[in-house]
Ligand binder design. Sequence first.
Ligand SMILES: [Zn+2]
Length: 381
Amino acid sequence: MWGRPIRITRLAGFDIKIDASWLLIAGLITWSLSTGYFPQILPDAQNAVHVTAAIIAMVGLFLSLILHELAHSVMARLHGLNIAGITLFLFGGVAELETEPDDPTVEIRVAIVGPITSLALAGVFWLSMALAATLALAPVVTAVLAYLAIINLVLALFNLVPAFPLDGGRVFRAVIWRRCGDLLVATRRATDVSAYFAWGLIVLGLVAAFNAGLGAGLWPILVGLFLLAIGKASYRQAEMKQLFSGRCVADLMTRNVTTLRPDQTLADAVNHVFLAAGVSFAPVVAHDVLLGYVDLHTIRRIDRDHWATTIVEDVAESISADNSVAPNLSAQKLLEKISQSGRRKFLVVEAGVLRGVVTLSDVSKHLDISRQIASSLPGPA
Ligand SMILES: [Zn+2]
């Protein structure tokens, strides 16, 4: 959410990362526990005890969240899905699935195991609390265990709400998916339900804010807004996946590309290639061998007075894994590459030979046409 998450450790083969936004929430929770919850339950204890208990409870919550996400990740791995890692951020955790389940039953299993884990943790903390009480351990121990039992129960219940992409929403989507066989339709229904839920939370938050002050209403409003935003993004992602399924770079690329010769001057390249063909990017080819590319950005860096004397070969960028793709790369992987690198243009290369050029606008043009075709077809009942 805010820049790159920090990788803190590796557990069961998964990278555990923390987003900066989570540190803020962790600080807020520790503060509110040490000034609110613990002083209320243990009024006779010293301030240092409240702070220590708050920090221990915070670490317990942290481990509980990790275990919840670890459960999703292990179940996903058991079904052959790749997990990039686990990241804790503002509203909890997320297990980053590199590949989405292809089958609703797998999706249900991967989604449901998280809340089950939180429920089991709530039970374990509850039993430990009962044991601590019977053994007459210090009241602060019981207070910390009670907090962890309650917070895990809340986590389990909140995640079971059928709002996509919460776990309950994923289960809900998978059930519709299994019934109608269309992931996109199922995603749309799940995000619709999720939007009702999100608006409900926002209204609830506003009512609470009017009656009990902004502090009381802020949390439901924030969660509601978050669910609305992420629901839309998830739908768009599912739509993209469907429209691009089975497509690869070769289906999207521009084949007849105007190329440059290495011995051409920049003045010649600008007049006869960039301006004439209306392109901002041109591969450099000599005797069918791809040497690199030149773009307007490169040309602008050279003083205009030197354009007549500088040749293409001297300024061309060479080909690398960053700026080239294979024609059989899937459209989905191309999109990932675009979003990860921020680069919008790629040379399509096969065994050192130029096959074409693929750009972000090729991708959106294709998406736009596919969307129009999809909307003109009769939809599933
Ligand atoms: Zn979960």
